[in-house]
Structure formats: C-alpha cells, structure tokens
Design a binder for this molecule. Structure first.
Ligand code: ATP
Ligand code: SF4
Ligand code: MG
Length: 379
C-alpha cells in the first residue's frame, strides 16, 4: 500500500517516489462488423494488446509509432475515457481500472488531454472564454467549490495569459484565432483544473514548423512552472527526442522498446525502433550523408488478425523461426540497464545495421522488405 500525505496545496500526495501512473497488461479490443446468426463471433480490432508502462512524476514519456499502431487508443485507456478490455491502470497509487463515474470525477481533474485538432474540439459558435471556462463550470475550483461567473472569468483570463494568449480576446470566437492560437486555447482548457498528468496526442502535428517550436517551448516551460507530467504522443521523431525524458516505441498494439531518450537513439535494440529512428532528420550534413534510412516495405498488418509470435516478424530482416511462435517479453536485453527494455528475441548489437531481406519463414524463400536508402537531406 502506498503512503499518503497532504502537500502544500492540500492534495493527497501518495508516495512521491512511486510512478504517477502505472498500466499493467492493458488490452483494448473493439468489436467490429455486424454480428449475425450465421457468424459465431464478431471480428475484433486488437488496438492495444498487453501494454505495461509507467509514467513517473515530472517526466515526459514520449510515445511513438506509425499510424494505426494504437497510440491514441492507449492514451484514452490511460485517461479512462475508454474502459479497458482487461488489465489495470492505477493513478497516484489508486486503481482506477473499474472506477465508477462518480469515483472517476477527481481523476478527471488530474488527467487531461490535448488533441491534435483543436479546431475540431472547439465549438465555433462559442466564445473562447466560455470554452476555456467549461471545466471550471463543470468541476468547480481546484477544491471542488463552485465558482461564480466573475471568478471564472478572472481564472480564464489568467489561463489565457499563461499560455500566451491575449486575455482581452476572451470574447472572440475560435475562427478569429490562428491554428497555433487555437492549440493554445485547447491547452488553456486542459490546464484549467490544474491537472497533474497532461496527455498530449499529436499536439503540434497540425502546426507549421516555426509555430511547432513555440508550442513545444511553451509546453516545456509550463511543465517546469506547474510541475506537470506529460505523456507526449507523436510520430515526429525529432519532436519526441527534443521533449522526452524517456521514449516508448509502439508497434501494432504493443510496446516493443522503452528507454531513456538518449539511450534509445544511441543503443537501439529493436529492429522496428531502428527502422523508425533511421528516418530522423540529421542537422550535420556529414552525418546525414553517412546516415542510411531504412525503409520498411509493406503496410502495418491488420490489427484484426495480428501476426503470431512477434508481431513484427513479417517485416523484420532479423526474423528467425522462433519469432513466428514466441511473443517476446519487454525486458532488458544484452546487459542493458533495467530502464532499457526491448521485446525482441534477436536484438541488435551496438553498431549492428539492419539490412537485408526478410526471410519468408514458411516458404524458405526471401522477399525484399527492407532496403537501404541514402538520406541526403535527412528528410
Ligand atoms: N472506436 C474504434 N472502433 C474500432 N476500431 C478502432 C476504434 N478506434 C481505433 N480503432 C482502430 O484501432 C487501431 C489503433 O488506432 P489508434 O487511433 O489508436 O492508432 P494511432 O496510433 O493513434 O494512429 P494515428 O497515428 O493515425 O493517430 C486502428 O486500427 C484503428 O482503426
Ligand atoms: S523477435 Fe524476431 S521478428 Fe521480432 S523484432 Fe526481434 S528479430 Fe525481429
Ligand atoms: Mg492517434
């Protein structure tokens, strides 16, 4: 059992050394297609398949992986916007896996999400002041006390200032703001209840590069000022390296590698991580010339019928027969420290390149699924 004390703001503080959020073997499946008397069971999308991870207090955990691998679904499970199919989630020492709506209410204050498309989530007919103030109207102040309209307006203006918006624009509509400003509106709304965990799902992907940098710097400053913890989801690897303390790499519903950010780039163990990271732009032209980008050929397999054993085996140049039947655990490999884990039976050694053909393990034939491409501009 975790110890509970009360911090300066009156919040119950559980054991500060313990992670803020712990997910254990989380599974999320979506039934799809119509059921009928002739079909025994409906098909199931295996969006998240046995994910275990922890998010430590004050850190930024980056979550990367190609489109459709389950990042957003996992995020929504962690925020308890989705019920999980199985597994468990605990937040600040409390198991919230099956909490009722009433018991989730305090958790909803503590875990907030920022989405990629702020415009989609901002009602165009409402003034930004009332949009940002919505969580305060629903949940009240940080102590749960309901706030008067005037108090709310003041708080909203403070929040607008905090995220770099002009508080005088309180009465404007979302359409009066640029894309970057709209993302700041979404951020202000997410911060209204002073959450502890902010889940940012592709928060800068829709923005121009120069605006992206401003937004990232704002997030970094806010993290320090407000003691926030981030789960930062993106498929932009330069962004994730810039902002993350640790990175988790996801492939087809599973975490395949997790490590401190620098360590992951220096000592990449999982062949999928290697392919993903090789696409990262390099600033140094000499390094860029030497850098070879690994292009994975073939699409992400369908999550309705994921491959047996290691899910990456149909695309992995290192695959061997055991990879078809054994689903590797996420554990430290090759004498790596405990915080560096990879789910691979034949992990890459330092300096080993990922080249060649993917063996067709059934036909004993070969098909080229990975090729080397010199990456001139690092793009
Ligand atoms: N509500 C749903 N019903 C059925 N399938 C879903 C649902 N939500 C997601 N999926 C499927 O689950 C898988 C994972 O989707 P998810 O949106 O979590 O991926 P993602 O990694 O966030 O992708 P992206 O990078 O494009 O945002 C996909 O195959 C998707 O089609
Ligand atoms: S377990 Fe086998 S198929 Fe999977 S990544 Fe490692 S080598 Fe490749
Ligand atoms: Mg997504």
């Amino acid at each position: 059992m975790s110890t509970a004390a009360v911090d300066a703001s009156g919040r119950r503080e559980h054991d500060l050394a313990a992670p803020l959020l712990v997910a254990s073997d989380v599974v999320k499946e979506f039934p799809v297609g119509a059921s009928s008397p002739w079909r025994r069971s409906r098909e199931v999308v295996h969006a998240v398949s046995g994910v275990s991870l922890e998010i430590r207090r004050g850190e930024t955990l980056g979550l990367v992986g190609e489109t459709g691998c389950g990042k957003s679904t996992l995020a929504r499970c962690l925020a308890r916007l989705y019920d999980v199919t199985s597994g468990s989630i605990s937040f600040d020492g409390t198991d919230i896996t099956a909490s009722s709506r009433r018991r989730l209410r305090p958790v909803r204050r503590e875990i907030q999400m920022v989405f990629q498309d702020p415009y989609g989530s901002l009602n165009p007919r409402r003034r930004v002041g009332s949009i940002i103030g919505d969580p305060l109207a629903i949940h009240g102040d940080t102590d749960g006390r309901s706030m008067s309209a005037k108090e709310r307006a003041h708080r909203v203006q403070d929040l607008m200032e905090l995220v770099g918006l002009n508080p005088e624009h309180y009465n404007r509509f979302p359409a009066d703001f640029s894309g970057g400003q709209r993302q700041r509106i979404g951020l202000a709304r997410a911060l209204a209840l002073r959450p502890r965990l902010l889940i940012c799902d592709e928060p800068v992907s829709a923005l121009d590069v120069s605006i992206q940098a401003q937004m990232l710097n704002l997030l970094i400053d806010l993290q320090e000022d407000l003691h926030l913890t981030y789960l930062f989801i993106t498929h932009d690897l330069s962004v994730v390296r810039h902002i993350s303390d640790r990175i988790a790499v996801m492939y087809l519903g599973r975490i395949v590698e997790t490590a401190p950010a620098d360590e992951l780039f220096e000592v990449t163990r999982h062949p999928y991580s290697k392919a993903l990271l090789s696409a990262l732009p390099v600033a140094d032209p000499q390094e860029a010339e030497a850098r070879e980008r690994i292009v994975l050929v073939g699409d992400l397999p369908s999550p309705v019928a994921p491959p047996s054993g290691c899910r990456f085996h149909p695309r992995c140049p290192k695959a061997r027969h055991d990879c078809v039947s054994v689903d590797p655990d996420l554990v430290p490999v090759l004498d790596d420290p405990p915080e560096h884990r990879a789910a691979c039976l034949h992990p890459l050694r330092v300096g080993e390149e990922l080249v060649g053909q993917v063996p067709d393990l059934d036909a004993q034939d070969s098909e080229i699924v990975a090729e080397r491409v010199t990456d001139p501009g690092g793009a």
